[in-house]
Design a protein around this ligand. Structure first.
Ligand code: NAD
Ligand code: UD1
Length: 338
C-alpha cells in the first residue's frame, strides 16, 4: 500500500512518515518546503532504514499532483500540507484561504481523477471554537473560529464531508489534533520553527538552549487551578501512530468520520515548565505577562472515540514529551540547518 503524505517534510508529517514506513506502508511525500527542510525526510529514512519517494511541489499545482498520481500508484492520502501560523493568518487571510483551501480542493479533484478513495486530513481542536464545553467530543457542533487559520480547517472539513456525501465510495477521516509536542525518540527529527516560535514547547526549548532569554507566560489570572491556561499536550509519535490507524480505517470504511487525537488530560503552562525543568535539569526563566488575544482558558479532548473505533491509545507521558523535545533541541540547536 502506498500513501501520499502531503506536507510530509513538516513537523507532524515527518513523524507520521516514520510510523507509516515502520508499519509496512510505502510512502510518497510531497512538500513545497515552504516551512520545512528536505533533510527531515533524509532523517526519516535513516531512522527507519527504508526509502521514501519525495516530490518537491506545491499541492495547489494540479499538474504537479497529477504527475505524482501518474507516476506512483497512490492508495490513500494523508493531507498535512498547509500554512499554520495563527497570528500570521490574521495578517494574511487571503494567502491562508488560498493555500489551505486550494490544497484541499486540488487534492480531492486529483484523487477523483485517479480513483483514489481514502483521505485523512489534519484538522485541529480549534474548530470547536469558543462555544463548547470541555472535554470536546466529536458529536459537538463546530464553533466560531477566532482566526482565518482556524476557519481554513473548519471549511476544509466541510469541503471533505461534502465530497464524501457526493461520492459513496470516498472515505474521509478528519483528525482533530490537540497540542502536539515532543519529537522522535532518536532526536533526529523534531519541530523546527522558523523565526520566533509561536507555540509553547519550542519557545521553552529555545530558552533552554540559550537562544532566547526568558519565556513569557501569557496570562496568570485565568480561572484555572494555577491561573495559567491548560491544554491537552500530546506526544507527536502518539499522534503519528494515530495516522496509521486512521489511514487503515479510511481504506476499510467509506463515508466521513471525525476523531479527536489528544490524551484527555490537560496541563497548565506552569506544569509544562516544571515538567520540562525536571526532564532537562535546566531552569527556565519566565515571567507572567499579559493574556494572548484569542487564547481560551482551557480545553482538552474526550479521546474515547479514537480508542473505541480505531483502537488508538496514547502511550507516552508528559515526561516523555519533555525529554524528547529537549533531546531534539539539544542535539540540533539550529534545527535542520547545519
Ligand atoms: P508544518 O508547517 O511543519 O508542516 C506543514 C508542511 O506543509 C510544511 O512542510 C510546508 O512546507 C508544507 N506546505 C504548506 N503548504 C504547502 C503547499 N501548498 N504545497 C506543498 N506543501 C505545503 O506543520 P505541522 O505542525 O507539521 O502541521 C501539519 C498539519 O497539521 C497542518 O495542516 C497543520 O495546520 C495541522 N495542525 C498542526 C497542529 C500543530 O500544533 N502543529 C495542530 C493542529 C493541526
Ligand atoms: C495554538 C493555536 C491553535 C493551533 C495550535 C497548534 C492560538 C490561539 N491557537 O494553540 O489554533 O491549532 O497552536 O499550532 O494561537 N503560551 C505561553 N507563552 C508562549 C507560548 C504559549 O504562555 O510563549 C501558552 C499559551 O497561552 C497557551 C499554551 O501556552 O495557553 C499553549 O500555546 P500554543 O503552544 O501556542 O498552543 P495553543 O494556543 O493551544
Amino acid at each position: 500500500m502506498t500513501i501520499l503524505a502531503t506536507g510530509g517534510a513538516g513537523y507532524i508529517g515527518s513523524h507520521a512518515c516514520v510510523s507509516l514506513l515502520e508499519s509496512g506502508y510505502d510512502v510518497v511525500a510531497v512538500d513545497d518546503l515552504s516551512n520545512s527542510s528536505a533533510e527531515a525526510l533524509r532523517r526519516v529514512e535513516k531512522i527507519t532504514g527504508r526509502e521514501l519517494k519525495f516530490y518537491e511541489a506545491d499541492v495547489c499545482d494540479r499538474a504537479a499532483l497529477e504527475k505524482i498520481f501518474r507516476e506512483q500508484k497512490i492508495d490513500g492520502v494523508i493531507h498535512f500540507a498547509g500554512m499554520k501560523a495563527v497570528g500570521e493568518s490574521v495578517q494574511k487571510p487571503l494567502e491562508y484561504y488560498r493555500n489551505n483551501l486550494d490544497a484541499t480542493i486540488t487534492i480531492l479533484e486529483v484523487m477523483r481523477q485517479f480513483g483514489c478513495k481514502a483521505i485523512v486530513f489534519s484538522s485541529s481542536a480549534t474548530v470547536y471554537g469558543s462555544e463548547n464545553e470541555y472535554p470536546y467530543r466529536e458529536d459537538m457542533p463546530k464553533g466560531t473560529c477566532s482566526n482565518p487559520y482556524g476557519w481554513t480547517k473548519s471549511m476544509s472539513e466541510q469541503i471533505l464531508c461534502d465530497a464524501a456525501k457526493a461520492d459513496s465510495e470516498l472515505s474521509v477521516v478528519l483528525l482533530r489534533y490537540f497540542n502536539p509536542i515532543g519529537a522522535h525518540e532518536s532526536g533526529l527529527i523534531g519541530e523546527d520553527p522558523k523565526g520566533i516560535p509561536n507555540n509553547l514547547m519550542p519557545y521553552i526549548t529555545q530558552v533552554a538552549v540559550g537562544k532566547r532569554k526568558e519565556l513569557t507566560v501569557f496570562g496568570g489570572d485565568y480561572d484555572t487551578p494555577d491561573g495559567t491556561c491548560r491544554r491537552d499536550y500530546i506526544h507527536v509519535m502518539d499522534l503519528a501512530e494515530g495516522h496509521v490507524k486512521a489511514i487503515k480505517y479510511a481504506m476499510e470504511h467509506a463515508g466521513a468520520e471525525v476523531f479527536n487525537l489528544g490524551t484527555g488530560v490537560p496541563y497548565s503552562v506552569l506544569e509544562i515548565i516544571k515538567a520540562f525543568e525536571d526532564a532537562s535539569g535546566i531552569k527556565i526563566p519566565y515571567r507572567i505577562g499579559a493574556r494572548r488575544e484569542g487564547d481560551l482558558p482551557e480545553f482538552w479532548a474526550d479521546a474515547s472515540k479514537a480508542g473505541n473505533i480505531l483502537g488508538w491509545h496514547t502511550r507516552r507521558s508528559l515526561a516523555d514529551m519533555c525529554r524528547d523535545s529537549w533531546n531534539w533541541q539539544k542535539n540540533n540547536p539550529k534545527g535542520y540547518e547545519e
